[in-house]
Write a protein that binds this ligand. Structure first.
Ligand SMILES: Nc1ncnc2c1ncn2[C@@H]1O[C@H](COP(=O)(O)OP(=O)(O)O)[C@@H](O)[C@H]1O
Ligand SMILES: [Mg+2]
Length: 313
């Protein structure tokens, strides 16, 4: 979706600086977010009347070219996709070359299955072919370790200081903070940073901890949905790779197969382009299983996490 002309939020009817600020603080930072919102959401967020909200939505829709693209355009766009390599041949082959830009890839699995290690590794390897590439790491569990970045950089023969300077880390203290940080990534791009990777580790932990009990489930899912929508927009608009990690929980009704399932249910599953299930294998190996992909078959590979990187087991 491209903008027609230079219409911004303050060009919408009834939106002055004060309203624009209210909208921005409620997460409505661009035309698209207004174009797809409801009248009720806007009256809540900006304190405007229903009539004004209706006009704003209409003007935002008019200001956006919400049209269709041909298959040729889409193929050209696919041609711009970059694949970030893991270093494990089998893992990369399973993903048809690596972790894709323009998509959200989710790794889910138990503690110690390697989700965070993969995040660190990608933050380094996305810089391998282009030293200007920047990785953004939204750390919700306080497990980001610059030492690991340095080790992986060494493993890939890259300058440790240079690589570290191109990893931008923010600790998210709660789910709202996490959502705002994701929205702020756009600001980094506007400042001129070449962000090629956004990591959210973990996507679901804060939401899971904050929304407990049955009555809160709908609100939790709605928020996760909104958050993932922000991430999907970033991936699509800026051709960057989004990598999210997710935990698993025991499935009490499973009699056969794996008794665990990913947190976040359908909302997370449907918003992720690729889903990978990680688990520990024999002799300290890790097993990655591609369980959902728009264009690749379900398959499995085995790898090792080493100090210097990830390699085939
Ligand atoms: N420096 C290292 N060298 C080799 N293996 C490591 C190193 N650091 C961590 N690991 C491996 O990674 C595991 C932790 O994986 P992690 O990605 O943090 O799991 P999670 O899925 O919970 O995010 C450790 O148990 C260890 O096996
Ligand atoms: Mg982790």
């Amino acid at each position: 979706m491209s903008k027609k002309g230079e219409t911004g939020i303050t060009d919408l009817p009834g939106v002055g600086a004060a309203t624009a600020e209210k909208l921005a603080s409620a997460g409505y930072a661009d035309l698209l977010s207004i174009a797809v919102s409801s009248i009720g959401q806007l009256t809540d967020a900006a304190g405007v009347s229903e009539a004004v909200a209706r006009k704003m939505i209409q003007a935002a829709r008019d200001g956006l070219d919400m049209g269709f693209q041909s298959g040729i355009d889409m193929l050209a766009k696919r041609g711009k996709v970059i694949k970030i390599k893991t270093g494990s041949q089998n893992f990369d082959t399973m993903l048809n070359g690596g972790f894709e830009t323009g998509a959200i890839t989710e790794c889910f699995g138990q503690y110690g299955s390697g989700k965070t290690q993969i995040g660190h590794l990608l933050a380094v390897s996305c810089q391998k072919d282009d030293p200007d590439c920047v990785a953004v790491y939204i750390d919700t569990e306080n497990t980001f370790r610059p030492e690991r970045i340095a080790q992986f950089a060494k493993g890939l023969d890259l300058d440790e200081q240079q690589v570290l300077s191109n990893v931008k880390v923010a600790r998210a203290f709660n789910s709202d903070h996490q959502m705002i940080l994701a929205e702020k990534v756009e600001d980094l791009i506007k400042e001129g940073l070449k962000v090629k990777l956004v990591i959210v580790d973990s996507l679901t932990a804060h939401f899971r901890a904050e929304f407990v009990g049955r009555g809160t489930l709908a609100e939790r899912q709605q928020k996760i949905n909104k958050h993932m929508h922000t991430l999907a927009m970033l991936a699509d608009k800026h051709n960057l790779c989004v990598y999210v990690t997710n935990q698993v929980m025991a499935k009490p009704d499973a009699f056969f197969g794996d008794p665990t399932e990913a947190i976040g249910g359908h909302i997370v599953g449907h918003n992720s382009t690729f889903r990978i299930y990680l688990r520990r294998g024999k002799k300290n190996t890790r097993v990655a299983k591609l369980v959902d992909s728009p264009n690749l078959p379900d398959q499995e590979c085995i790898f090792n996490v080493l100090e210097s990187g990830i390699e085939d087991a």
